[in-house]
Design a protein around this ligand. Structure first.
Ligand SMILES: C[S@@+](CC[C@H](N)C(=O)[O-])C[C@H]1O[C@@H](n2cnc3c(N)ncnc32)[C@H](O)[C@@H]1O
Length: 249
């Protein structure tokens, strides 16, 4: 997959793209990323990319001409590209959207800044995505979040053990608790079942923990989860205000 990021601050991405899974995915040719400087698409003498809003008001607005020039430039080279504007007014990003985006050949992520972008950009993009109901300084952090979430889903990016298949939100369930050594820390012990070596029992316990966590923390997800009859039977044993989980191993 190829991802272009259109930004006024390409340097923002240097460090995150240069470490961990994003670095490895690029080294393996699974992912390529190009940070395009919006200023390079401003052709006036001072390469101006922003201007005061019509009608008055605070702050600056990103100008339409450099934005659209950059979009055309990318579309000419990648006709299949999905053009996405990062915006707090877009659709809320989630794992299902990450899965859809991971199927694309190429993405263009447009980072707004200052007071935002000239609204006419809507005629030149495919969709708007929001990272959440809060206002960030620019679209760089949301763009990076999307690159990261999508890259995890590209085949081979996580190495031989494809842990994305077990991540939270896969099939609308949260992942259950995880433990590593030591077995006992300050009296807090690891659930005995995980030390049993009984893989069937462990798998059943993990499924129950995932169901339980989702029920406790994000019951809204359960409405869309694919549940077996056994899952439903287990969920039926959980009641509000109950102290300990029923024996789920
Ligand atoms: C300071 S914000 C502009 C907010 C705008 N004045 C408003 O009230 O909707 C500047 C840019 O940051 C990005 N941005 C800020 N918050 C975001 C969010 N929650 N999700 C996605 N992008 C965001 C967008 O690209 C936006 O154009």
């Amino acid at each position: 997959m190829h991802i272009d990021i259109l930004t006024l601050f390409p340097e923002f991405f240097v460090s995150p793209l240069g470490c961990s899974i994003l670095k490895r995915a690029q080294a393996q040719g699974i992912l390529s990323v190009a940070c395009l400087n919006l200023r390079d698409f401003a052709f006036d003498r001072h390469r101006v990319t922003d201007d005061r809003p019509f009608g008055g008001g605070p702050g600056m607005v990103l100008k339409i001409e450099p934005l659209v020039r950059a979009i055309h430039w990318v579309r000419e080279r990648r006709p299949q590209v999905q053009v996405i504007l990062l915006s707090p007014q877009g659709r809320l990003f989630n794992q299902a959207m990450a899965q859809d985006l991971a199927q694309q050949e190429s993405l263009l992520l447009i980072c707004g800044h200052y007071e935002g972008v000239d609204a006419r950009v809507q005629y030149f993009i495919d969709t708007e995505i929001s990272l959440g109901d809060f206002i960030l300084t620019g679209g760089e952090i949301p763009a990076l979040a999307i690159v990261d979430a999508v890259t995890r889903l590209l085949p081979g990016s996580l190495g031989a053990e494809d842990s994305a298949a077990e991540d939270s939100f896969k099939d609308n369930l949260l992942k259950g608790p995880q433990y590593t050594r030591p077995r006992d820390f300050a009296g807090y012990t690891v659930p005995e079942v995980l030390l049993s070596g009984d893989h069937q029992r462990i798998a059943r316990w993990r499924r129950h923990q995932a169901l339980r966590r989702t029920w406790e923390r994000r019951p809204d997800l359960l409405l869309h989860a694919r549940l077996t009859a056994e899952d439903r039977a287990y969920l039926a044993t959980l009641t509000v205000g109950e102290g300990q989980p029923p024996d789920s191993a």
